[in-house]
Design a protein around this ligand. Sequence first.
Ligand SMILES: NC(=O)c1ccc[n+]([C@@H]2O[C@H](COP(=O)([O-])OP(=O)(O)OC[C@H]3O[C@@H](n4cnc5c(N)ncnc54)[C@H](OP(=O)(O)O)[C@@H]3O)[C@@H](O)[C@H]2O)c1
Length: 259
Amino acid sequence: MKITLIGAGNVGYHLGKRLFKKGINIRQVYSRQLINAQFLARKIKAVPVSKFSAIDSKSDLYIIAVKDDAIETVAKVLSRHKGMKRKLIVHTSGAASSEILAKYFLNFGIFYPLQSFSKTRKIRFSNIPICVHASHSKGLKKLNNLGNLISNRVATINDKERAILHVAAVIVNNFTNHLFHLGQHITNEEQLEFDLLKPLIEETVLKIAKYSPLEMQTGPARRNDEKTIKKHLKYLKKFPKYQHLYTLLTKSIQDAHRR
Ligand SMILES: NC(=O)c1ccc[n+]([C@@H]2O[C@H](COP(=O)([O-])OP(=O)(O)OC[C@H]3O[C@@H](n4cnc5c(N)ncnc54)[C@H](OP(=O)(O)O)[C@@H]3O)[C@@H](O)[C@H]2O)c1
């Protein structure tokens, strides 16, 4: 299978490298800034391009891995290229609907790797769930095969399910990561080592590999230790912005255990 990768950001970078490693021919890599396309293209023996007009129609599959808000613009421009209408076009977004591709292509789909990607961080691809969806069974088969080549976990997930999964993904990943940041801010401000909290963070994540998060909940909110909660809120007067969040999450934990 010959692939054109549109986007050389966090996802484009990791996906491109993984596909290349598995023997897939990635012919062209597009990024708005040529330097970004070149950086990835060099690693995966592809041709870097930074102009839409340079994207040709010789590939079998076009993977759009640009920011959500730009997917439709990219699809629209791409659809005007000769010979592109019947190609299989997918995007990698958790949140964007496949309908934005339906407007411009006959064969379209989704190839959404459910993981948090950063260019600077190495990633083990084999256990990343790849959520696939396609407008036609032939396309779905191709995406399933491609997914199975790079991961042990491929799931057929429709638009509605993917949108829900993405909300849950934002909560478990983006929100917890933000909470780590707040914890770090507090320790930094108080000249304490954030590293002292790292084994706790690790254990929090490791525990849920085996047990339900509800079951594993500990802490003052879970125990209804009102005195401790009041003490924490008093301390947080130093960080008034975090007081509200502390109260909200405490209530959320208490509600979950009242059910
Ligand atoms: N990062 C994740 O953890 C993750 C996980 C799963 C799915 N996704 C999805 O994958 C897609 C890409 O995410 P990402 O994190 O890889 O994004 P990213 O790192 O910000 O990279 C975005 C890419 O899109 C290009 N781009 C940005 N605006 C554009 C525009 N207006 N027109 C054309 N190209 C444009 C950028 O080009 P230049 O850099 O050259 O300007 C870059 O190549 C998104 O749909 C996202 O929802 C992300």
